[in-house]
Design a protein around this ligand. Structure first.
Ligand code: HEC
Ligand code: HEC
Length: 497
């Protein structure tokens, strides 16, 4: 069976789902064992989505500047929320365009943001302990488990259920709610859910009759927290997944507690202590430690996209949420689902968070957004690097995504790390990526993060290799560096630089 695709027998039908493991687990080619938390970096999620009958339901993740461009006749109309007749886009035309965009996503990438832009990002590793704030822009910072719950919850509305956004379509996309629901349902694969325009029924009325989760927004088992339909720091898509029979947010809390235990061992054999200390010395000397500091090799900060210099599109993906932002409130954790009428409402603590950092995470105000400093634990599993996955070099020096994943070759961690820190190699990688029109259109470049450990920066090739060895050896047991240095005090003069 494909990894992460559970099959269930449900009411006389065979159903195949996609679980978190489809993207957040992989198979070790050497041992043939499943490695939980490692990104499935050659998964062609875009192609899978493009092959679906109704990819158009996911149009907010594609590059659709305006639905109006896809209107071909005034025969397919709905009565919108203001009582006016509004045409729907042509279903075939929209489907074709969304398919075209999804089919050009980079393998190992997925577009989880609803910004009407095609900016898929690299599936990150989910070795989540200490790696807060979560998401490439660090927007999931508040709530239980330092935002991990907030991120994992986001998957179920923003990423898995377009209908969950129907109350926000006007604010986020400038699309009337009825037009939004009609667009999603007019092309539905299952005839039960297929909306036919021009009958005397609004799309929302039609959907209410066939909704598999009546009384809940969208089709997933979601709960509208007290701030709904507004969004908040703990519910950036407005909703919280919670199944009847559980308590409010209980499943998200549980998955977060488990995610923080995911702790694979590095792929390469343990480094000898002298070599590690040498690499560590170079790492410190090169200033990496300014940001990749502490037990988990991150200062847990978000750096402005202009400063880190990587592709800026993803950093701005949550900008429009500013219009619908409300205070972070939750139901008390012991609230049963379905939520009773007088359920207790609690304010989620957010005062501890730096306001400027939140502006960067969401690109609110005049901020152009930013990217969080990711932890460097277990880098051997997470090539290609950076949020766009653009820093890729193959096992035989194949350059960029054009030389690797575009050809079905999985990038090599060591060679890709060299391209991350050596400007000569990086230039070649960026050039290779830029030669591919589709990569350019998907905002994948491999640019930025200009922190070099190369001859121009005064480092020898030997120092460069030592730091790569060091980086590839980092796991949770390297977290306690103090202990490590005490044990190996005499191994290198570089440690205290
Ligand atoms: C189709 C692929 C896919 C699936 C399925 C998927 N994810 Fe993700 N996940 C991603 C991508 C891509 C990102 C990066 C999103 C961004 O910030 O742009 C991500 C990011 C994350 C992060 C943030 C990690 C960090 O260090 O910042 C967490 C946590 C996470 N996902 C949890 C989950 C959970 C839990 C599920 C299942 C309910 C899930 N994901 C299903 C692709 C996927
Ligand atoms: C000013 C802060 C800063 C400094 C200094 C810095 N980094 Fe980073 N690093 C970041 C940020 C932010 C990202 C994420 C950027 C993105 O994905 O767009 C990142 C990403 C990375 C990644 C990719 C992780 C992944 O999973 O894709 C690696 C590896 C890395 N840095 C190593 C280093 C090394 C080695 C140095 C020193 C030569 C260094 N960094 C210096 C902020 C910094």
């Amino acid at each position: 069976m494909p990894l992460g695709m559970p099959v269930v027998w449900d009411h006389g039908k065979l159903r195949i789902g996609i679980s978190c493991a489809a993207c957040h687990a992989t198979v070790d080619p050497k041992t043939k064992k499943v490695v939980e938390g490692a990104p499935n970096n050659d998964l062609n999620a875009g192609l899978i989505m493009a092959l679906a009958t109704n990819s158009a339901a996911y149009f907010t993740h594609a590059d659709i500047k305006s639905l109006k461009r896809y209107i071909r006749s005034v025969d397919r109309t709905v009565v919108d929320s203001k009582g006016k007749k509004s045409p729907l886009p042509d279903p075939q035309l929209l489907e074709k365009e969304v398919d075209r965009i999804f089919a050009s996503w980079q393998r190992g990438n997925f577009d989880s943001t609803i910004d009407m832009k095609a900016n898929p990002s690299q599936i990150p590793d989910s070795f989540t302990l200490g790696d807060h704030p979560y998401g490439w822009s660090g927007f999931a910072a508040a709530g239980p488990f330092r935002g991990l719950v907030t991120f994992s919850n986001n998957v179920h509305a923003q990423n898995a259920d377009s209908l969950a956004q129907s109350e926000l379509s006007e604010a986020l996309f400038g699309i009337d709610r009825e037009v939004y629901i009609g667009t999603i349902l007019q092309n539905a694969a299952n005839p039960t859910f297929c909306y036919k325009p021009n009958r005397n029924e609004k799309p929302s009325e039609f959907f209410a009759k066939v909704d598999p989760t009546p009384g809940v927004v969208g089709v997933n088992k979601l709960v509208a927290p007290p701030q709904f339909p507004k969004v908040s720091l703990v519910a950036p898509d407005g909703l919280v997944v919670s199944e009847p029979g559980y308590r409010f947010n209980e499943q998200n809390n549980a998955v977060a507690a488990w995610q923080n235990t995911v702790n694979p061992s590095p792929r390469n054999a343990k480094m000898d202590a002298r070599r590690m200390a040498r690499g560590r010395g170079v790492f410190v000397q090169a200033g990496c430690i300014r940001c990749h500091a502490g037990a988990y090799f991150t200062n847990n900060r978000i750096v402005a996209a202009e400063v880190v210099g990587t592709e800026p599109s993803r950093a701005q993906a949550l900008k429009k949420t500013e219009k619908v932002f409300a205070e972070a409130v939750f139901y008390a954790p012991d609230t049963p689902v379905p939520v009773p009428k007088n359920a207790e409402v609690l304010k989620v603590p957010t005062e501890q968070l730096d306001k400027q950092q939140i502006r960067l995470a969401f690109a609110h105000g005049d901020s152009k957004g930013g990217y969080k400093v990711p932890s460097l634990i277990d880098l051997s599993w997470s090539a290609p690097y950076l949020h766009d996955g653009g820093v890729a070099v193959g096992p035989n020096g194949e350059l960029g995504l054009t030389g690797t994943l575009r050809k079905g070759i999985v990038p090599d961690a060591r060679n890709s790390l060299r391209a991350l820190i050596d400007r000569t190699v990086r230039k070649q990688v960026i050039r290779a990526n830029a030669s591919d029109r589709q990569l350019r259109a998907m905002h994948v470049s491999g640019e930025g993060h200009r922190y070099w450990i190369d001859p121009q920066a005064g480092f020898t090739k030997e120092e460069q290799e030592a730091v790569i060895d060091y980086l590839l050896s980092l796991d949770y047991s390297s977290s306690n560096w103090e202990q490590f240095t005490r044990k190996n005090k005499s191994s290198s003069g570089h440690i205290n630089r």
